[in-house]
Design a protein around this ligand. Structure first.
Ligand SMILES: [Zn+2]
Length: 233
């Protein structure tokens, strides 16, 4: 299968679903990790242009840990809007990935970039199948299955599905550790120890489903999206 994961910023996928992405890769699936915004504002000291380059490098190194493809949409932090241009770019991003499964943010996650990345991605998975919408890449022939990944700290999120990531937790830790600029920023700006939170959340979701470490997901179930089968690894 081809798996497209769309996170708002470089590091979101690592925090919220990287154990599952590692598991997809381990069984031979193709994984595309797309970050929508380039992370240019996520630091107290490093100026935006330099930070953009640094975070692109961090994202590539994190994806390389599991042999995933890294895709950058290069929107600016907190300057993502629902515009015709943004919609077209999301549709083309989805078409280029040709996914069977799409993972993205929950629409009620904490940050407007996360919320918009969610709604633009979900809408794009439908529009990508519509031939009269023209973009650089060819339309999809079928609707992908969509899963919503956990929210930051699990707030307002009740999983419908769990993935046992006990075996891939080390990959998840290694991937997030590549984002060293963010480990400092999140601590200083948000009082959030990202590596500690990663393990705490994995343990918390693990307790909910009877394994040591887990990630939680909600399957996006509306008309047309109830394809029979189970699509998580
Ligand atoms: Zn984010």
């Amino acid at each position: 299968m081809r798996i497209l994961a769309v996170g708002a910023h470089p590091d979101d996928l690592e925090i919220l679903c990287a154990g599952t992405l590692a598991k997809y890769r381990a069984r031979g699936d193709d994984v595309i990790m797309c970050h929508v915004a380039n992370g240019d504002k996520g630091h107290f000291v490093i100026p935006p242009e330099e930070l953009t380059r640094l975070r692109a490098q961090e994202a590539r190194e994190a994806a390389a840990v599991i042999g995933a493809v890294c895709v950058a949409m290069d929107f600016l932090d907190v300057e993502l809007y629902d515009t015709p241009d943004a919609r077209e770019r999301f549709i083309d991003m989805v078409r280029a990935a040709r996914p069977d499964v799409v993972i993205t943010h929950h629409p009620d996650d904490y940050h407007t970039d996360h919320q918009l990345a969610s709604s633009l991605t979900i809408d794009a998975t439908f529009s990508a199948t519509v031939p009269h919408i023209k973009t650089a890449h060819a339309p999809l022939v079928k609707l992908p299955v969509v899963y919503l990944m956990d929210t930051l700290a699990g707030l307002n999120f009740q999983p419908t599905d769990y993935v046992d990531i006990t075996d891939t937790l080390p990959h998840k830790v290694a991937m997030l550790s590549k984002h060293s600029s963010q480990l400092n920023w999140l601590q200083e700006h948000d009082n959030y120890n990202a590596l500690d939170a990663l393990e705490t959340m994995a343990k918390f979701r693990g307790y909910q489903c009877g394994v040591k470490y887990a990630e939680g997901f909600i399957r996006y179930r509306v008309w047309g999206r109830n394809q029979p089968g189970y699509f998580l690894p």
